[in-house]
Design a protein around this ligand. Structure first.
Ligand code: KIV
Length: 276
């Protein structure tokens, strides 16, 4: 008889919002990547990523829109449910899309509940500071964990006008520091800091107890996030200073597809062994 101890499947320790807070306290960095579909989310989870963000950047990288504004709540739920089906360990955080939470805390709560119920997500993320405090509190009152997002907030791109670094001036930096404290006080479990000076991200990360996750915010944030398609090099046009590319998949995929086309045209594929 097989030893029952040996045949027991290895228990997977799931990452929770509490895990992230413990990681900050222990000085361990948090690794987050975006994910939008089942197949790639399965690889991210298998590689032991801590957090998968089903970002509204899906609007850009999956649907080809210029901004994050057009993606709908139904589309976010579709992406999120595909990711959740793939994941055994990572925490899955899902962006509330533009127009699903701003200015109406009841609608914010309904949107968050749909994401949790229909996609099986673990938490939601929304953009903004004091102006979304009421929405955050209402979502939290239903037991849904909330991640904040300060600095460059792409859903407000038409207000900012450009994607340049935010909070370089003293007044905007001061406001961001205050907003970080307001989000912590409201009950957010973590805050994304996008495209702000490294010194400011350091100051925020030291001032608040909840973990910060930076993108273009330097090395002192408590964790880092990148858009998966950018770091895999699937996208060639987007090359900001903060982006480190780990692969050059655009060229690799193009080469593989070129080889396939050549094999089909030359009747090399399929061969004898590849047929029934
Ligand atoms: O939607 C997204 O991908 C994001 C990250 C850039 C943080 O919000």
């Amino acid at each position: 008889m097989a030893n029952s101890k040996e045949s027991k499947p290895k228990e997977i320790k799931k990452v929770t919002t509490h895990t992230l807070q413990q990681m900050k306290r222990a000085g361990k960095k948090i690794a987050m990547l975006t994910g939008y579909d089942f197949s790639l989310a399965r690889i991210l989870d298998d590689a032991a990523i801590d957090v998968i963000l089903v970002g509204d950047s899906a609007s850009n990288v999956m649907a080809g829109h210029e901004t994050t504004l057009p993606i709908t709540l139904d589309q976010m739920i579709y992406h999120a449910s595909s990711v959740v089906r793939a994941v055994k360990r990572a925490l899955v955080v899902v962006d509330l899309p533009f127009g699903s939470y701003q200015g109406n805390s009841k609608e914010a709560l309904n949107s968050a509940i749909r994401i949790m119920k229909e996609a099986g997500a673990h938490a939601v993320k929304l953009e903004g500071g004091r102006e979304v405090k009421e929405s955050i509190e209402r979502i939290l009152s239903a037991g849904v964990p909330v991640m904040g997002h300060l600095g460059l907030t792409p859903q407000s791109i038409y207000k900012f006008g450009t994607y340049i670094v935010r909070a370089k001036e003293k007044a905007e930096a001061q406001r961001l520091l205050e907003d970080a404290a307001i989000l912590e006080e409201a009950g957010c479990f973590s805050i994304v800091l996008e495209k702000i000076p490294a010194a400011l991200a350091k100051e925020v990360s030291e001032k608040i107890k909840i973990p910060t996750i930076g993108i273009g915010a330097g090395r002192h944030a408590d964790g880092q996030v990148l858009v998966l398609h950018d770091m895999l090099g699937i996208n060639k046009e987007f090359s900001p200073r903060f982006l480190r590319r780990y692969l050059n998949l655009y060229d690799d995929i193009k080469k593989a597809v070129g080889n396939y086309i050549a094999d089909v045209k030359s009747e090399d594929f399929p061969n004898e062994k590849e047929q029934y």
